[in-house]
Design a protein around this ligand. Structure first.
Ligand code: M6R
Length: 606
């Protein structure tokens, strides 16, 4: 999950490559580099860390050349050093790569045996050497790449330029996404269409197994078997505007504050606001014929799915099997043909989720996906896409995509309940009405954040934080813990509140803050008992509730007053303070909120 770009231009391309990489930095930011071809010589510049380090270097040591490739890295093989940064080069070729060459050890050994010295710890370097070896044998670049591709195992996207061929770039896609852009006498390549948006909106997506020979006048695509193939050319809707932070200090803050608006947009796509009724697109499956749904996703998107499990089971009496995609894909889950498999992903490119989708496709499932990036691989591989209208999410910690996913899932659960006869028209109106009220509750919560700032001082001193919730709010506790871990690096765990006494309660003492989602719903009294168990052991309780302090019956360190909403929609509303707790703690601790260490926005490797 790195980002790659390539340009065959009519003028020096270094600046454009960096512009495109900026739009791909969400894919990784451990190091960056570009290589260009000028006067028959390949030259590269690389820098450890974020793209701005590369920009600083380029300002002092500009690269010229009208042909070039670029890379922003999320390290898999080899430490995130300058030496391991892409592009990788020999005298004859330069290569950028996203993905993993799984048989790289075996290839390294074979290359070393020919007397070639490998100078990096990466899997990518082998690609440059294998192609060079083929060129040295007298093959032309196309044959050299073809022979090399046949030796590579794994998932990858590659862009290759050649010292002796100014008007040539070869791209290959196996598992990792690649978009080709058409310009006026120029050609572009990128890990996604967003990277190319400033230059062109005319795009072709390579399909799995495709490799493309690009010149300034166009491209020729071949499939895995070597057959010439045509892929549709389409107009990309990716915006050329660089998304900015507005008045906010971080993208994450901006995205948290966008939630009332984007959740409202998303709901408007699935709800008739005037009549307080659902208006879903035609679904290619019938809820009444289903015995169960399988849901798979990763990280925050998985927690959205977990909330949906409670909804589908309660409101539609439809059992849900849910698993993180990295497990699901290898579990060999038996699936009845004709079932529904539902995938949730902000990026639509998460490798494990995509692999699970393909497994379910082989098992004859209807494939539905909830994605934020409509041109993504998951969207393109689905029978039906139920989009979230969150807009670009730049902060690595997912916020607005999550609540928009919940909004779509909530609508789908009501639809299932109606179709299966477990919800009446009146129930539909009640639940849809509750959803319509969500943006208003979110706005109210976002009006005064002073309490979160104060809380961050205490939380920043903690080594461990526990998050508790029950029922539909248990996944919100998990999500709260994930948010804190990701951006503040404080260890946090989410637990089902009732599970506390079966082990985790041993962790509690006066140094452990415990954040409890305790809405006044049917399980409130139960949660209250758990809260009292924590209080009795000196835990510092931070309670999120619409109940008054007097109703809690124990001493708490802090209360975050929550609006009183229908219990159906509480997960969407309780997500907001969870995000704010993490955000303010991270800001107080001075971490890199939008690009936390070791993470990347889109995880396109296993
Ligand atoms: O793009 P996806 O929604 O498929 O990504 C899934 C996870 O990688 C993602 O939710 C991750 O957990 C976020 N960093 C959470 O904030």
């Amino acid at each position: 999950m790195c980002g790659i770009v390539g340009i065959l231009g009519r003028e020096p391309v270094a600046g454009k490559l960096v512009d495109a990489l900026k739009r791909l930095e969400y894919r990784g930011y451990d190091s960056a580099g570009i290589a260009t071809l000028e006067a028959g010589k390949l030259t590269r510049l690389r820098a450890e860390g974020k793209l701005r380090n590369l920009e600083d270097r380029l300002a002092k040591e500009p690269l010229r050349g009208n042909t070039g490739i670029g890379h922003t890295r999320w390290a898999t093989h080899g430490a995130p050093t300058e030496n391991n940064a892409h592009p990788h080069m020999t005298g004859r070729v330069s290569v950028v790569h996203n993905g993993i060459i799984e048989n790289f050890q075996e290839l390294r050994t074979a290359i070393a045996e020919t007397g070639t010295v490998l100078t990096t710890d990466t899997d990518t370097e082998v690609v440059a050497h294998l192609i060079t070896h083929e060129l040295d044998e007298g093959h032309d670049p196309v044959v050299a790449v073809l022979h090399t591709l046949k030796r590579l195992e794994g998932a990858f996207a590659l862009a290759i330029i050649f010292r002796d061929h100014e008007d040539l770039m070869i791209a290959a896609r196996q598992g990792s996404p690649l978009a080709v852009g058409f310009g006026d006498g120029e050609m572009y390549l990128g890990s996604d269409a967003i990277a190319l948006a400033p230059f062109t909106d005319t795009i072709t997506y390579l399909q799995d197994g495709d490799w493309a020979v690009m010149t300034r006048n166009g491209l020729a695509i071949r499939d895995r078997e070597g057959n010439a193939v045509e892929r549709p050319v389409q107009k990309s809707v990716a915006s050329a505007l660089m998304v900015d932070k507005g008045n906010h200090r971080h993208f994450m803050a901006k995205e948290i504050h966008e939630q009332p608006e984007v959740v409202s947009h998303t709901l408007a796509h699935y709800i008739d606001f005037t009549n307080t009724r659902l208006q879903l697109p035609d679904l290619p499956f019938d809820f009444t014929n289903l015995n169960r749904i399988v849901i798979s996703a990763c990280g925050t998107a998985y927690y959205a799915g977990l909330v949906a499990k409670y909804w589908f089971e309660r409101y539609a009496r439809l059992p849900v099997d849910i698993d993180v995609a990295s497990e699901f894909r290898y579990r060999e889950v038996p699936l009845e043909p004709g079932g529904l498999a539902l995938f949730i992903s902000q990026s639509g490119e998460t490798a494990d989720t995509l692999a699970t989708l393909r497994y379910c496709r082989e098992q004859d499932q209807h494939i539905a996906s909830i994605v934020n990036v409509r041109e993504s691989s998951i969207a393109r591989d689905s029978d039906i896409v139920l989009p979230t209208l969150a807009g670009p999410e730049i902060g690595v910690a997912s916020t607005k995509a999550f609540t928009c996913q919940l909004a779509v899932l909530a609508c789908l659960a009501i639809a299932a309940g109606r179709a299966r006869g477990h919800l009446s028209e009146q129930d539909e109106t009640e639940l849809v009405g509750a959803l319509i009220g969500v943006p208003r509750h979110m706005s109210a919560l976002l009006r005064d954040e002073s309490g979160f700032e104060a809380l961050s001082h205490t939380l920043s001193k903690a080594h461990d934080v526990l998050y508790l919730g029950r029922g539909v709010n248990f996944p919100i506790a998990l999500e709260g813990a994930l948010k804190l871990k990701e951006i503040s690096y404080i260890h946090a765990e989410g637990y089902a509140a009732g599970e506390l006494k079966h082990g985790p309660i041993a962790l509690i003492d006066e140094s452990v803050p415990v954040v409890v989602a305790a809405p006044k719903d049917a399980l409130f009294e139960k949660t209250l008992s758990n809260l009292q168990e924590v209080a009795a052991r000196g835990g510092q309780i931070i309670v999120l509730s619409d109940a008054g302090e007097a109703e809690l019956g124990c001493e708490v360190m802090a209360t975050i007053p929550m609006p009183h909403a229908h219990d159906f929609v509480n997960p969407l509303i309780y997500a907001i303070p969870m995000q704010l707790i993490a955000y303010y703690t991270a800001v107080f601790m001075g971490t890199d909120v939008d690009q936390p260490r070791n993470l990347a926005k889109s995880v396109t490797v296993e």
